[in-house]
Design a protein around this ligand. Structure first.
Ligand code: ATP
Ligand code: MG
Length: 573
């Protein structure tokens, strides 16, 4: 393609609001432009990249046995009512009434739609398992759209939904999807870390996210470099660095602690350390009060707590409720003497001895509290938030924290949708059963942005050849156009038969052309200059390594063929 045939409005500067490198470079290279908050238009060069990523995803999904559908984006409100997600999705869901007053939802994801399809179309075990997918626009009214297409309001997701006869079947499908995802990201040249994830609002049995390590990532990854343990902080498990041993309990004693409410105030006041305190928090789990205990130097991970309690809603109890239950104000609450309320404790409580805790009397604490002697715990649960100096639960090595961008998500959903939407099939044994579901999502736009985050330099984007808008850019610098016209034309023609070539034959300075080529990030540059052509040579320069080669004019086609083959090989699966 001649550069005059494609609209590539490159820019020297990026808009002030763009902070993420990928956002800046997508704008500067002419890939996208903003229409409004969280809404973007892909320009031709951006769309070429978009299609490549989309096709890689499509090929791998098809290879894994999934089938592509094309459902509508506008979906009936009743489906969302059935699963309760009209409420649980919250403000992200865009709801619109049509001319007849019917409620519609602009699909942010399509569990409801695909479950409805299966409800209607599938009735026997003979038709199962199935794995259906789409690569289509999703609409989410994100509260804080940011980083360009990384978190926007209209984006494209590949979402797949699998329906299996039983858990064993789901396990197999899940494994296939996990492998397909690995292949997809490898082919896109993206290094991902697979992390265990919180089950979240969808409710399910297992979930993993494909993360890209990046400073701008919104997720915190807890990683063990030694054994490979990787989890989202939202669900990470960890061990204490120092193992504490139980001491002989001393006599319980009430002490005055006027106005000393927080752990920090108390540690100063009592000249003690935070790990000597039992932090006592009253929560409302689905409207029922519960008491939760954790060692004073640790933080409660509310997502883990919510999962452990199997609560749909979890919030801190208000002051009135706390007073009613404990007879004391916030800050003076403790487990000793509490009755008729379930007490859950983090495992860190088990090894504490001679601890300090609120006395359930204002301005008073008690010291030398002992777990076995002074209070009872109904259930021990893992609810601590992992800390950077914690140890790995698998191999006891030190953990490290990194920021990550979620690009994909594989999820064993279970029966949530097939039960709430009453999907049944007749099994071999003539019994009616619900199929078990999995769902699998990849953000096309976010994947593109993540590739750029991971692969750029001061000059611009460095595309892996598999997703590059062109394989090769021919930069024509000859002043004597006529003299070398034939060479240029025949090379362009020869390359064009096999590869995607962009020919920059504009009347512009070499510097200008190089800048654009590097900004756009095309992997291979072929540079035609009077000086080299006079000696029957053509220069080839690689975008990523900066390596240059002078190739005999007569050998240029096979040489380029070799280079391109090698480039593609790097991303093969
Ligand atoms: P996040 O936690 O980042 O909001 P999510 O957990 O809501 O994402 P999923 O529902 O699992 O996302 O969606 C699957 C994939 O869709 C994500 O892994 C991501 O690549 C992409 N995605 C989700 N929301 C957006 C968005 N607002 N803009 C662009 N891509 C998105
Ligand atoms: Mg997710």
């Amino acid at each position: 393609m001649l550069i005059s045939e494609i609209f590539i409005p490159t820019l020297k500067e990026s808009p002030a609001e763009a902070v993420a490198m990928s956002h800046k470079l997508m704008i500067r290279s002419g890939m996208i432009r903003k229409l409004s908050s969280g809404l973007y238009t892909y320009f031709p060069i951006g769309l070429r990249i978009f299609r490549k990523v989309e096709n890689i995803i499509r090929e791998e999904m098809n290879k894994a046995g999934a089938q592509e559908f094309n459902p509508s984006i506008l979906t009936p409100g009743e489906l969302w009512q059935k699963t309760g997600r009209l409420e649980t999705f919250g403000p992200v869901l865009i709801q619109i009434k049509d001319h007849s007053g019917h409620l519609n939802v602009l699909g942010p994801t399509h569990e409801e739609v695909f479950t409805e399809i299966v409800r209607i179309e599938i009735s026997s075990y003979k038709q199962l398992p199935v794995n259906f997918y789409q690569i289509k626009t999703k609409i989410r009214d994100e509260i804080r759209p940011r980083y360009g297409v990384m978190r926007c309001r209209e984006f494209t997701m590949k979402d797949a939904y699998s329906f299996d006869i039983d858990e064993k079947g789901l396990e197999e499908t899940y494994k296939k999807m996990r492998q397909a995802y690995k292949n997809i990201f490898k082919r896109c040249g993206l290094n991902t870390i697979i992390v265990e994830e919180d089950m979240g609002a969808m409710g399910g049995t297992a979930s993993e996210e494909f993360m890209v390590e990046s400073e701008i990532g919104e997720a915190t990854l807890v990683l063990c470099k030694k054994c490979g343990y990787a989890a989202n902080l939202e669900r990470a498990e960890s061990l204490d660095k120092i193992e504490s041993k139980k001491e002989t309990p001393e006599a319980l004693k009430e002490i005055d602690t006027p106005n000393q409410k927080t752990i920090e105030e108390l540690t100063n006041f009592l000249k003690s350390s935070p790990d000597k305190f039992i932090k006592t928090i009253v929560y409302m789990a689905d409207e029922k009060p519960v008491v939760v205990l954790i060692r004073g130097d640790l933080e409660i991970n509310e997502i883990k707590l919510q999962n452990a309690l199997k609560a749909v809603n979890l919030e801190l109890a208000d002051d009135v409720t706390i007073k009613k239950i404990t007879k004391a104000n916030v800050g003076f609450v403790g487990p000793v003497g509490l009755k008729n309320i379930p007490i859950y404790a983090d495992h860190s409580i088990k090894t504490m001895s001679n601890a300090v805790t609120g006395a359930n009397k204002n301005d008073k604490h008690i010291i030398n509290v002992d777990l076995d002697r002074d209070f009872k715990v109904d259930e021990f649960i893992d609810i601590r938030t992992a800390k950077e100096d914690d140890l790995c639960i698998k191999c006891k090595s030190g953990l490290i924290f990194k920021k990550g961008i979620e690009v994909g998500h594989v999820f064993k959903l279970g029966y949530k949708y097939t039960k709430s939407m009453n999907v049944k099939f007749l099994d071999k044994d003539n019994k009616e059963k619900h199929p078990i579901m999995g769902c699998y999502g990849i953000g096309v736009d976010r994947t593109i942005a993540a590739v750029i985050e991971q692969s750029n330099d001061k000059d611009g984007i460095i595309w892996p050849i598999t997703v590059a808008p062109f394989d090769v850019v021919m930069i024509v610098l000859t002043r004597d156009k006529k003299k070398y016209q034939d060479t240029t034309d025949s090379l362009y023609k020869g390359l064009n038969e096999k590869y995607e070539v962009l020919m920059d034959n504009r009347e512009a300075s070499p510097g200008f052309k190089f800048k654009d080529a590097d900004l756009i990030g095309i992997p291979v540059k072929i540079i035609l200059s009077d000086k080299n052509l006079a000696q029957d040579k053509i220069e080839v320069k690689m975008r990523k390594s900066g390596e240059t080669m002078l190739v005999d004019k007569g050998k240029i086609l096979p040489e380029i063929e070799k280079i391109i083959k090698e480039e593609y090989k790097k991303y093969e699966v």
